[in-house]
Design a protein around this ligand. Structure first.
Ligand SMILES: [Zn+2]
Ligand SMILES: [Zn+2]
Length: 510
């Protein structure tokens, strides 16, 4: 979802993918149509959430059924909101309306005001914020009636639910984290290109811009703790154990941090390509749900991403992919023109939309493939994190020496990693059923988990790993071959295509 959202938000901002208003539509018509279209999903969300609150007020015992219905709607209503935004931009010409309304006069001609492209996806974000208000009421009602809240006072689920402001802030911060950098760099780039086109066209400046984007990417994690409201881990045995494990694995980062989500998210993540700006983040719900050995495995998974250089790999992959797709687009355009073909003027937006659609498909297929291979490597490293020197050991006690640097792999380590995934899946309500799913359900599971692979698939692999710990080395070698092969193929393709298109076009596309 975030990648799709980033691509669509950028598409809404780009002048190349701007749709004209329908014939006979004034700017006011377009604005009114956008308002009505965006109001519809907001209204539906409000009604669905109101029903949840009423049903729980009337009969708290109906919670399981109400929660199921709510979760169903919670997954589908955002797609409706997104669809309404796409309709507003593509059908009602909303971006075009903004482009003709929010203008400034510069040197005798009218230009789009600085950063006015941010107004183009704005209706979507306003609708999203209004939906959060509705969801807050529904989730608070679900929280109030939850079993866990009454059973265990230490459970973060039993903590007081977010206030409305806190909840909206919590959601807005996550959105800012996933979209802020990409959309901000894009809007800055477009504004500069509009007001200083000659300067921005200089190859040296474009290279500098690329350097700036990479530097922003490297330094970005430094602002994340403030952005998400992360806290230091509370002192105690959990913190001590995680630090001991990190030392044993010899992984370097700035800090391990706690993400207080009031029980809403079960997750851990690692951010940052350099140790000076790298954070390992655990949510409150994950910390409370997992046993110490399972937390070690999760930390090991995140450390695996660092140890195997996955974050650098993703950065290099994204840069190489953009270069490759830009060059491919350039070659296709040359061929198109050489044939003497032209697009009817009504369809010239296709030149803006096609590259973005191509990028989407490319990310889904190729990046998804790479990402799943990396996740498997991280899972193997998570198993290594709690492994002793005997591959076929029969369990550990407090005195069992574990292998330094994550170089060992034993049955118990693999079992711990498996248990950790299983418990994360259980706590998050994910599908952990075995492989006997119907084809349709399996396809859905893959679609939803295109970056990680479905939980059931990962657990099955760890089961094999526990049976045959030597599988770990074999699977790491396979991942290395994939990474090297894919990088080499991309570099070769970019080098080959650069003979066919102008090199300066390349940098511009980046
Ligand atoms: Zn991972
Ligand atoms: Zn062992």
């Amino acid at each position: 979802m975030p990648i799709l959202l980033i691509l669509l938000t950028i598409a809404a901002c780009l002048p190349t993918s701007r749709f004209a208003r329908p014939d006979g539509f004034t700017r006011l018509d377009s604005a009114v149509a956008t308002l009505v279209t965006m109001a519809l999903p907001v209204l539906l969300t409000a009604l669905a959430c109101r029903r949840v609150v009423r049903a729980l007020d009337a009969d708290p015992a109906a919670r399981p059924r109400v929660a199921r219905q709510y979760n169903w709607a919670r997954r589908r209503l955002p797609l409706l909101t997104l669809g309404a935004a796409v309709l507003s931009v593509a059908g009602w010409g909303w971006s075009d309306t903004v482009a003709h309304t929010v203008v400034v006069r510069v040197g005798g001609s009218w230009r789009l005001a600085p950063f006015a492209e941010l107004l183009m996806p704005l209706p979507y974000f306003i609708a999203l914020a209004l939906n959060w208000v509705s969801h807050h009421a529904a989730e608070r009602a679900l929280h109030r009636t939850s079993e866990a809240a009454r059973r265990n006072p230490d459970d973060p689920e039993s903590a007081e639910f977010w206030t409305l402001g806190g909840y909206v802030g919590f959601q807005a911060r996550q959105l800012a984290l996933s979209l802020g950098l990409a959309v901000g760099v894009c809007a800055l780039n477009l504004t500069l290109a509009r007001f200083a086109p000659e300067t921005m066209a200089l190859p040296s400046l474009q290279l500098a811009g690329l350097g700036f984007a990479v530097a922003a990417f490297v330094a970005f994690p430094r602002v994340v703790p403030g952005l998400l409201g992360l806290e230091p881990l509370p002192p105690g045995p959990t913190r001590d154990r995680l630090h001991t494990t990190a030392d044993r694995l010899r992984v370097r980062f700035t800090r391990i941090l706690l993400w207080p989500t009031r029980g809403l998210i079960v997750n851990a993540l690692v951010l940052g390509v350099v140790p000076q700006a790298r954070y390992v983040i655990f949510t409150d719900r994950l910390l409370s749900a997992l046993t110490p050995a399972e937390l070690d495995a999760v930390l090991g998974h995140e450390a695996g991403h660092v140890k195997h250089g996955h974050l650098w790999l993703y950065l290099a992959f994204l840069i190489l992919s953009s270069a490759f797709l830009a060059a491919l687009g350039g070659v296709a355009e040359q061929a198109f023109k050489a044939q003497g073909w032209t697009l009817p003027t009504d369809y010239d937006w296709a030149f803006g939309v096609l590259p973005l659609a191509g990028m989407g498909v490319w990310l889904f297929v190729v990046f998804g493939w790479l990402s799943r291979a990396c996740e498997r490597q991280a899972d193997v490293f998570g198993a290594r994190a709690g492994s002793c020197a005997d591959p076929y050991c029969r369990g550990h006690d407090a005195a069992t020496p574990l292998v330094e640097g994550g170089r060992g792999l034993c049955r118990t380590g693999a079992t711990n990693m498996m248990a950790a995934l299983d418990r994360v899946g259980e706590t998050a309500g994910l599908d952990r059923r075995g492989p006997r799913l119907t084809l349709r359900l399996r396809a859905k599971a893959w679609l939803r988990a295109w970056q990680h692979g479905p939980m059931s698939h990962r657990i099955e692999f760890l089961m094999h790993l526990a049976d045959d710990p030597a599988l770990g080395d074999r699977s790491d070698r396979a991942a290395l071959r994939l990474k090297l092969g894919l990088s080499a193929a991309l570099v070769a393709a970019v080098a080959g295509l650069s003979l066919l298109v102008d090199w300066a076009d390349f940098v511009r596309a980046l």
